[in-house]
Design a protein around this ligand. Structure first.
Ligand code: KIV
Ligand code: ZN
Length: 514
């Protein structure tokens, strides 16, 4: 069984998904979970793309010690320099340099000849190698490139010091047979290929990203790049959890293994879904809500007789527990603390107190508090540590009925500490509420997207809402949880506004300090 390295790009390619916008703390939470999951390398961002990305990559590089951290850079010196500043504190700093090699990209995007592309790639890999012990070079749009040209440029960048060669299927165009053959060709043709490892990076435009990654591995790739839940540009990237479980379940066919802890899949998937607002569809392979549900009578009968009749993956393998009651109304601080630890969280005394209070409030309204509920509470308090003054919901009331006009009344404390109130009507209860909040908030707001989900099942399940707003021209996401759907919706709206305020005030404070 040879080992396949897992390169996670949830925080870079995944974060490029339309509508996703994570703050630094959320990125750090995901990075810590990726480390726990056992990925070999994580791409924390694109440091030269923005100050925010630089700070997030630096924080992750300085914190994560059991996983190699990498950052993306274009083939320009300033990108490499900025990336080095962000990544120099990492346990094993790695730079991910990319340059397109397909005729379409070279002609229309880069406006460079193939010779110029080779020269630029070689120059930048040598430059990066003076700083970084590990340099991965990606031939962007490799799957639509000329194979002989690819072989030529790969040989040159390996001579310049590249330690990993990545052949992305940037637009999700290739097929398993074709992509496998590309890896075989490169392995057989490039004379110095033994001095670097080969990596695959697949997009899912035709729904073949995982199949293409498996084909690459069968033909010499020793590293697989992808994201959690398959999030990413357009139709997304290869879903790492699907790839890893396919290797495990079909080990008779694939003689490879990864370092991933498969029983961390559920938790990693949930964290990414909740923080990005990109919830997985019920029928998604491996982790969807229906992936272990049997509806047809014949199937249910078979599973009762022997699970293997219709179940090839057990829920336990991917970390789905039965999620029964663990703590209730009478549970004390001690039992709570132990459970928090068991879920993998290390909280300060202050945060633990905050979490315990929220838990107690929840037990007043919900009989059975599950791991999922607790995970939602812990995630919320871990990703909100700012002490900046924000909007606080003091009271709201929504009147809704089929015979009256939906009306919301809201009492809000604004960041200046004043209490403001008003009432508005709308076509529905959420619209009335959002119009009222909007009229009390001074920022210019536009609602772009709104989602509502339940945490777990059952009549008393927590409601979880996710919104996308554009605030003063800037996209901002928010999420909120509550027992009631309207309250969760209000919390999500205010969360987006408060994230904007924290971001603005932090940026202002930094300028003053300069
Ligand atoms: O899909 C792609 O080509 C990329 C590169 C930047 C590696 O994400
Ligand atoms: Zn990509």
């Amino acid at each position: 069984m040879s080992q396949i390295k897992i390169f996670d790009t949830t925080l870079r390619d995944g974060e490029q998904s339309p509508g996703v916008n994570l703050n630094q703390l959320e990125k750090l939470e995901i990075a810590k979970q990726l480390e726990r999951f056992g990925v070999d390398r994580m791409e924390a961002g694109f440091p030269a793309s923005s100050k925010g990305d630089f700070n997030a990559v630096k924080t992750i590089a300085d914190t994560i010690k059991d996983t190699s951290v990498t950052g993306l850079a274009r083939t320009v010196k300033s990108d490499v320099d900025v990336a080095w500043e962000a990544l120099r504190g990492a346990a094993e700093p790695c730079l991910h340099l990319f340059l397109a090699t397909s005729p379409i990209h070279m002609t229309y995007k880069l406006k460079k000849s193939p010779e110029q592309v080779i020269d630029t790639a070689v120059e930048m890999v040598s430059y990066a190698k003076q700083k970084f012990p590990q340099v991965e070079w990606s031939a962007e749009d490799a799957s639509r490139s000329d194979w002989k040209f690819l072989a030529q440029i790969i040989e040159r960048v390996i001579d310049a010091g590249a330690t990993v060669i990545n052949l992305p299927d940037t637009v999700g165009y290739t097929t398993p047979l074709e992509y496998g053959n590309l890896f075989k060709f490169i392995k057989e043709t490039v004379p110095n290929i033994h001095r670097a490892s080969l990596s695959c990076h697949c997009h899912n435009d035709l729904g073949m990203a995982v199949a293409n990654s498996l084909a690459a591995v069968e033909n010499g790739a020793t590293q697989v790049e992808g994201t959690i839940n398959g999030i990413g540009e357009r139709a997304g990237n290869a879903a790492l959890e699907e790839f890893a479980v396919a290797l495990k379940i079909r080990s008779d066919h694939y003689p490879y293994h990864t370092n991933l802890k498969l029983n961390e899949i559920k938790r990693t998937s949930d964290l990414v879904a909740k923080l990005t607002g990109m919830y997985v569809q019920a029928n998604k392979a491996v982790i969807g809500r229906n992936a272990f549900a049997h509806e047809a009578g014949i199937h249910q009968d078979g599973v009762l007789k022997h699970a293997s009749t219709y179940e090839i993956i057990t829920p336990e393998m991917v970390g789905i527990s039965s999620n029964t009651l663990f703590l209730g109304k009478h549970s004390g601080r001690h039992a709570f603390k132990d459970k928090v630890k068991e879920l993998g969280y290390e909280l300060s005394d202050e945060k633990l107190k905050e979490a315990f209070n929220l838990f107690k409030l929840l037990t007043d309204r919900k009989k059975e508090v599950t791991d999922d509920d607790l995970f939602t509470i812990l995630m919320e308090i871990q990703t909100d540590t700012s002490t900046v003054e924000k909007y606080q919901l003091e009271m709201f009331q929504v009147q809704y009925g089929t015979a009256n006009i939906p009306t919301a009344t809201v009492l809000l404390k604004n960041p200046d500490g004043e209490t403001v109130q008003t009432a508005c009507t709308g076509q529905g209860s959420v619209e009335a509420l959002y119009k009222t909040l909007d009229s009390l908030i001074t920022e210019d707001l536009h609602l772009v997207d709104y989602q509502l989900n339940s945490v777990g099942r059952g009549k008393d399940a927590l409601a979880e809402s996710h919104v996308q707003l554009v605030i003063n021209g800037e996209p901002m996401n928010g999420r909120g949880t509550a027992q009631d759907v309207i309250e969760a919706s209000a919390n999500a709206f205010l969360n987006a506004v408060n994230r904007y305020i924290v971001q603005q005030k932090t940026a202002k404070n930094k300028q003053i300090l300069k």
